[in-house]
Write a protein that binds this ligand. Structure first.
Ligand code: HEM
Length: 436
């Protein structure tokens, strides 16, 4: 998924990250390669997607997609490896088309996504993300019980304690860096607790994660990040194999699919992808929520005074901040709104356009607490709909609720950079201040 831009908008790994092709300079400090236009793609269907990844000081971090539905072809082709696709990619931007792509796994396959293991020269697959239905379902069956609302209820007191421990570290100072001191840390602690990883590994986990997801095309650093994490996961897998424990790693190691134990490749694939999926996504969303509340002081007051509104607010924050776009592989030649897609082409779901489609959401750029339905794509759709969605929502609700409960009216630290990028690495720093 990563190579400058890819880091910013998808958590899918591509060969592009490893290959050195003609690079395009990005504003993210790194580069990413573009591909040749395939012969079957007419030049008039090609559009530049670099514009969709620029940092902005607009309140609406995704403002670059405004007007897209009126001005662009319904399906266009990006020469960039958009959204984690491994080559140039078709891009669907309308709500209905994105939903159809997610729901039609037979025509749009996930089999080549999130191939981080390729950086290590290994061939196992990330599970469940790169397995298509019906095979995919058996892994969800194994993992779902640990991510059900009931399971998350049991985790809730520990999540709350983790979040409050962090707030304790800065509450008296009158300021904190929400991105660095808060959002970066609590999802990792919650995740380590879920997996059973010892708390003293926190610093190392943070370093590995940072190297993998924030190194903008520095292949060596990224390989070190994923390599270290995988090596540690393997060590821990052996530990729980010998001494079963009540945690998710042990559940996977001692679990069964189709009535048989998982293979070594399946075990590492499932453990490693959980590590990739659940950390930066929650961190980025946390920063973007708090950033928005700095811009909108009235909303901040309203939510602080009415904590019952927080679940709807989190849902709306999620809709407004679709930080991940998802790639799929076309399995058969077919036509889609005039575009001739060939088997083997990539097609990317541009969630950050679909969530703002007026055909589905009225006043789509507005933050609204009274939406009759809010079926956004931030957590994707179809079979691969985010496994961690209940956990993510609960983490975000508790983080926002506790932050508002304990931190009085806050604002950007004067002079700080308010720019955010419309992707996974939205805001590495977010200094805010309040009257201590
Ligand atoms: C705000 C936070 C989160 C966002 C925005 C997010 C987003 C997504 C998206 C868009 C997908 C689908 C990718 C695709 O179809 O190509 C996905 C899948 C997944 N996510 Fe999340 N995620 C979040 C939090 C989490 C957490 C906390 C976990 C677990 C610790 C997690 C684990 C997973 C897994 C395992 C999958 C693969 C599901 C499957 O293939 O069936 N996610 N997520």
């Amino acid at each position: 998924m990563i190579g400058g831009k890819l880091a910013a908008n998808s958590y899918h790994m591509t060969e592009a990250t490893m290959a050195s092709e003609a690079p395009v300079q990005t504003n993210l400090g790194g580069t990413w390669p573009t591909t040749e236009r395939p012969a079957h793609v007419p030049p008039e269907m090609v559009r530049d997607t670099v514009v969709y990844y620029q940092p902005t000081t607009d309140v609406d971090v995704f403002s670059a997609t405004a007007g897209m539905h009126e001005t662009l072809p319904r399906v266009f082709f990006s020469l960039d490896k958009f959204g984690g696709a491994m080559e140039g990619s078709w891009v669907v931007t309308h709500y209905d088309d994105i939903r159809d792509v997610y729901q039609n796994a037979e025509l749009y396959s996930s089999r080549e996504t999130a191939n981080f293991q390729q950086m290590l020269g290994e061939t196992w697959k990330m599970i469940p993300i790169s397995i298509d239905p019906p095979e995919h379902g058996k892994y969800r069956l194994l993992l779902n019980p640990w991510f059900s609302p009931k399971a998350i209820n049991q985790m809730e007191p520990r999540i709350r304690a983790t979040i409050n421990d962090l707030i304790d570290t800065f509450i008296d100072k009158g300021e904190c860096d929400v991105a660095y001191d808060f959002g970066r840390l609590y999802p990792v602690r919650v995740f380590m607790d879920l997996m059973g990883f010892p708390a003293e590994k926190l610093e190392e986990f943070l370093q590995w994660e940072y190297a993998l997801l924030h190194s903008y095309g520095d292949v060596q650093k990224m390989t070190w990040g994923i390599g270290s994490a995988v090596a540690y996961c393997r060590e821990y897998i052996e530990e729980v194999r010998a001494r079963p424990a009540n945690n998710l790693t042990s559940h996977i190691v001692h679990g069964k699919v189709d009535g048989r134990p998982l293979t070594e490749d399946e075990i590492i694939g499932a453990v490693a992808f959980l590590w990739v999926g659940g950390l930066d996504t929650v961190a980025a969303t946390t920063s973007l929520m708090i950033r928005r509340l700095c811009f909108d002081q009235a909303l901040q007051t309203k939510l602080r005074d009415n904590p019952a509104l927080i679940p709807d607010a989190v849902e709306e924050f999620l809709r407004l901040h679709p930080i991940v776009n998802s790639p799929r592989l076309v399995t058969r030649d077919h036509e889609l709104h005039g575009a001739k897609l060939k088997a083997g082409d990539w097609v990317s779901c541009f969630n950050s356009a679909g969530n703002f489609d007026e055909a589905e959401f009225s006043d789509p750029r507005e933050f609204r607490l009274d939406r009759p339905s809010n079926r956004h794509f931030t957590l994707a759709g179809g079979a691969h709909r985010c496994l961690g969605s209940h956990l993510a929502r609960r983490e975000l609700r508790i983080a926002l609720g506790e932050f508002l409960r304990r931190v009085p009216q806050f604002d950007f630290k004067p002079g700080c950079d308010r720019a955010a990028s419309p992707g996974l690495i939205a805001m590495p720093r977010l200094p805010v201040v309040w009257k201590a």
